[in-house]
Design a protein around this ligand. Structure first.
Ligand code: RB5
Length: 145
């Protein structure tokens, strides 16, 4: 895969972020780490903003955001025009968020999903393409809201 991917987390997602970076790099995929870089408490909207803006501007094609639940990251990222961030805790939703919703940011909660499940979700999400067709119309309708 030659997609450009960016990842970010707050302190509550820091450990899972590092594990996913290794997991993704081991597959030969390049990934940019937008922080945070320590376990010191920080504000997730700042990281969500940076990652979301870089995906919305097409500097990166796909983004991953991790916090305690994934919820705060998704709420913040979805404020950026052009972002479709999906909070996912299972592989079926991961696949569907790409097939039907063309999600361009995956949000995970380190306090919600275990390491292996997070890896399975990430792999599924990165390897699934948007179906287009009737779903394109609906995604465009979201964009116009
Ligand atoms: C941090 O304590 C926590 O609120 C944050 O990581 C996230 O879960 C928010 O949605």
């Amino acid at each position: 895969m030659d997609k450009k991917i960016i990842i970010g987390s707050d302190h509550a997602g820091f450990n899972l972020k590092n594990k996913l970076i290794d997991f993704i790099k081991n597959k030969g995929i390049k990934i940019f780490d937008a922080g945070t870089y320590t376990t010191e408490s920080c504000d997730y909207p700042l990281i969500a903003k940076e990652v979301a803006q870089k995906v919305a501007s097409n500097e990166y094609e796909m983004g991953l955001l991790i916090c305690g639940t994934g919820i705060g990251m998704s709420i913040a990222a979805n404020k950026v025009k052009g972002i479709r961030a999906a909070v996912v805790s299972d592989t079926c939703s991961a696949r569907m968020s790409r097939l039907h919703n063309n999600a361009n940011i995956l949000c995970l909660g380190e306090r919600i999903v275990g390491e292996q499940l997070a890896k399975d979700i990430t792999e599924t999400w990165l390897n699934t393409d948007f179906l287009g067709d009737r779903h394109s119309r609906r995604v465009e309708m979201i964009e116009d809201l």
